[in-house]
Design a protein around this ligand. Structure first.
Ligand code: SAM
Length: 235
């Protein structure tokens, strides 16, 4: 935890917070904090700053906080991600939040296993857990927006143009003949396939909406490897 992320309910006054649970245990056990120590803090969807420990009990920590710095710039990318299996999804959400992605659409495609849509991980609270851990890792405060789209064709036909307007549209596909560009100087909308990859029809439809198929090479990577590799290449 490189940042103690603060939520509205933590504030007991304008500049005072009281934390319990996981964060309080971390501050005590990992930081070994004492009264008067200064810690990096940030308020969810707001500024970064520092907190000075004013009180400690077995299960709570109080701090006076000064929030005076903006969070880091977001990565100019929206990720359209074919819904992966829950274990991978958790890892991918953590990775995208850490790397500064602020928009994720979890999308159904032909090869997404239908049962994945019933995962409890898709409940809002469960979805935000790996995102929050990613923000704490990256010293960021801005929670990525994650939306679920269970129908591929209507999403592409009715929504993808508005979502990707003004961006370069890329479709990650190991067999593509064009290499994935690197150090792009524009915003990107990046489509990433499921475990079995996109089917031909999906590639054709996305291509007809302006998505360029690009590859990182012949080796098919797992989704949780492909996402950071693609983001690292692009930005
Ligand atoms: N057998 C599948 C195929 O050949 O498409 C592999 C799918 S891979 C596990 C899941 C997704 O990660 C792919 O659909 C693609 O979007 C992305 N991906 C994985 N390896 C890639 C690579 N070498 N180049 C581009 N994208 C890749």
């Amino acid at each position: 935890m490189n940042l103690i992320l603060l939520f509205d309910e933590d504030f007991i006054d304008n500049d005072r917070v009281r934390l319990g649970g996981r964060r309080a245990r971390h501050v005590r056990a990992v930081h070994g904090a004492q009264i008067g120590d200064e810690l990096r803090v940030g308020r969810l969807n707001a500024k970064l700053g520092r907190g000075v420990v004013t009180a400690l009990t077995d299960d709570s920590v109080e701090m006076t906080v000064t929030l005076d710095r903006p969070p880091p710039a977001p990565l100019p990318v929206a990720v359209l991600l074919a819904l992966p299996r829950p274990k991978s999804l958790k890892r991918v959400l953590h990775a995208v939040a850490t790397m500064g992605v602020k928009r994720v659409v979890l999308l159904n495609t032909w090869r997404v296993e239908k049962s994945f849509w019933n995962s409890p991980l898709l409940q809002p609270d469960a979805l935000s857990e790996p995102l929050i851990l990613g923000l704490e890792q990256a010293r960021d405060t801005v929670l990525p927006e994650v939306t679920l789209r269970r129908r591929f064709k209507p999403f592409v036909e009715d929504e993808s143009a508005a979502l990707s307007a003004g961006t370069r549209k890329l479709l990650a596909h190991p067999a593509a003949t064009s290499p994935c560009p690197h150090n792009v100087d524009c915003a990107v909308t990046l489509a990433i396939g499921p475990e079995g990859g996109f089917i031909g029809y999906e590639i054709e439809l996305l291509t007809s909406y302006g998505f360029e198929p690009v590859s990182l090479g012949d080796r098919p990577l797992r989704v949780e490897q492909a996402v950071p590799a693609l983001l690292g290449r692009l930005f």
